[in-house]
Design a protein around this ligand. Structure first.
Ligand SMILES: Nc1ncnc2c1ncn2[C@@H]1O[C@H](COP(=O)(O)OP(=O)(O)O)[C@@H](O)[C@H]1O
Ligand SMILES: [Mg+2]
Length: 209
C-alpha cells in the first residue's frame, strides 16, 4: 500500500488568514500526524510527481502482469483526496497524466518487446478491456447499455464478471480512448460513485494459430 499526500489546493491555502499548517509529515514508509505514526509499504508527500508514482507502483504491477501475475491498482480515500488525479490524472500535459495512461503505455510497450523477443516461437498477446461501475451492489457496464453483468465465482475460487462487455485492444491510445468514452456514461454523479474498475486482461499464447 502506497500513501500519497496531495498538495493543498488554492482555495484551501486561501482559507482563513491565508495560512495553512502542515499537519502531516512523511518519510519513506510512514506518515506522522500529531505525534501518531502510521506505517505503509511506501509513502510520498505533495512533492511527488505523477511519473514517480508510476515508477513506484504502476511499473512494478505492470511487470507482474507481463510475468503472468494478476494485478490490481485500487485507489482509496475521501472525496477530494486525489484518487482521480492519481489514477487518471489530467490530459493537458504529459507530466499530469496519471497511473492508468502510463500503465497502458508501459503494458503495450512491453508486449511489443516480448513479441519481438520471442518472434520465432510466435508468442502473441491478446488484450481485452472491460469498464464497470459498482454502486450499492449494482453493477453498471460502462461499455454496453445492454449487458447484464453478474459477479460469479468458479469452483476454483476465481471470481469473474459474467456478461461484461469486453473490447479487444491493441495499443495504449485506443485503450485510454475507451476509458475516456466509458467515463462519460457514468450512471451516477461523481460524488456518489463507489468504484469504477477498469480491467485490462491480457492473454498470451505461444504458437498462436
Ligand atoms: N498530487 C496532486 N497534485 C496536484 N493537484 C492534485 C493532486 N492530487 C489531487 N489534486 C487536485 O485536487 C483536486 C481533488 O482531486 P481528485 O483527484 O478529484 O479527488 P478524488 O477523486 O479523490 O475525489 C483536483 O482538483 C485535483 O486536480
Ligand atoms: Mg474522483
Amino acid at each position: 500500500m502506497l500513501l500519497r499526500i496531495r498538495p493543498p489546493l488554492e482555495h484551501e491555502t486561501a482559507m482563513g488568514t491565508g495560512q495553512y499548517r502542515k499537519a502531516l509529515s512523511v518519510d519513506n514508509e510512514s506518515a506522522e500526524i500529531e505525534g501518531k505514526r502510521f506505517t505503509f509499504d511506501d509513502a510520498v508527500d505533495e512533492k511527488c510527481t505523477q511519473a514517480e508514482v508510476f515508477e513506484r507502483v504502476g511499473k512494478p504491477l505492470t511487470e507482474c502482469c507481463i510475468d503472468g501475475v494478476n494485478s490490481t491498482l485500487f485507489a482509496y480515500g475521501q472525496t477530494g483526496s486525489g484518487k482521480t488525479y492519481t489514477m487518471v490524472g489530467k490530459t493537458d500535459c504529459e507530466a499530469n497524466l496519471g497511473l492508468v495512461p502510463r500503465v497502458f503505455d508501459h503494458l503495450f510497450t512491453r508486449i511489443t518487446e516480448k513479441q519481438d523477443e520471442h518472434a520465432e516461437s510466435g508468442l502473441t498477446f491478446k488484450c481485452k478491456c472491460a469498464f464497470l461501475e459498482i454502486y450499492n451492489e449494482t453493477i453498471t457496464d460502462l461499455l454496453s447499455d445492454s449487458a447484464d453483468v453478474k459477479i460469479r465465482q468458479k469452483k476454483s475460487g476465481e471470481v469473474f464478471l459474467d456478461g461484461a462487455a469486453e473490447m479487444p485492444v491493441s495499443d495504449a491510445e485506443q485503450t485510454f480512448g475507451i476509458l475516456q468514452r466509458g467515463s462519460k456514461v457514468h450512471a451516477l454523479p461523481s460524488m456518489l460513485r463507489g468504484a469504477a474498475p477498469f480491467a485490462c486482461r491480457s492473454r498470451c499464447a505461444e504458437n498462436f494459430p
